[in-house]
Design a protein around this ligand. Structure first.
Ligand code: URA
Length: 231
């Protein structure tokens, strides 16, 4: 079993910095099995460590599905307003690397958002090469035009300032002003900009699916751990 230094485990998982770890050990907050740990440089199996009596939090990395409510941004920068990280354990932002969202949803968009501290998963699931299907439920400001269906499916729709046309997307009209849209890309404001190309304003937007994963009955503001294989 791989062993790591105690101070590295504490800092990697966001408990404290390596420098602060000696204080944590002195205070008796860290145990190896039943024994109070004394040396921050001691190498231990992560599963043997107890911190304040608890096993190490998400020792294999964080991966959760969050139901993003409206009004929160996905940015880490506090100057951009209240963010989704306020819904998650504070310690996750001190992990190394810290948690981040897999792509972003606009401030007013609700729904399924993945959050992880695993960079390769972010790269895999945001790259259009991997063709991960994202499904959005949109409401627009006037009655929809059925001609949007073949237009979005055509692979010829150009968004202003984007050099490449959008990849084919599947639009299903679900009501006079409501539709579901499945995309494999994740361009900036993509859904709003696709509708705007034909003069529609998206008045509400919700993501209900990411890959194989459905948001289901998870309440707004709640999160739940998932396995990478669920995507
Ligand atoms: N497309 C948008 O326009 N906004 C989002 O939040 C997600 C996709």
């Amino acid at each position: 079993m791989t062993r790591h230094r105690i101070d590295q485990i504490l800092s990697r998982h966001g408990y404290c910095s390596r420098g602060e770890s000696r204080g944590w050990l002195k205070a008796g907050r860290v145990r190896i099995g039943d024994l109070i740990a004394g040396d921050p440089s001691e190498k231990v199996a992560i599963s043997d460590l107890r911190i304040d009596g608890e096993p190490v939090d998400h020792p294999e990395g964080v991966l959760v599905m969050l139901h993003k409510p409206a009004g929160l941004v996905c940015s880490h920068d506090g100057r951009e307003g209240p963010n989704i990280y306020s819904l998650l354990p504070e310690r996750w932002l001190r992990r190394n690397p810290p948690v981040t969202s897999v792509g972003r949803l606009d401030k007013d968009t609700t729904g399924l958002l993945l959050v992880t501290d695993q960079g390769p998963l972010v790269q895999r699931w945001t790259s259009p090469r991997h063709k991960v299907v994202k499904r959005y439920e949109a409401t627009v400001d006037r009655d929809l035009d059925p001609d949007l269906v073949p237009l979005f499916a055509s692979g010829t729709l150009r968004l202003p300032d984007d050099p490449e046309p959008c990849l084919p997307a599947t639009l299903t009209l679900t009501g006079d002003r409501t539709a579901s849209l499945e995309l494999v890309e994740g361009r900036f404001h993509q859904v709003r900009r696709m509708f705007a190309c034909r003069g529609f304003r998206v008045v509400s937007l919700h993501r209900s699916r990411f890959g194989k994963l459905e948001l289901g009955s998870l309440a707004a503001g709640e999160w739940t751990p998932i396995e990478a294989g669920a995507i």
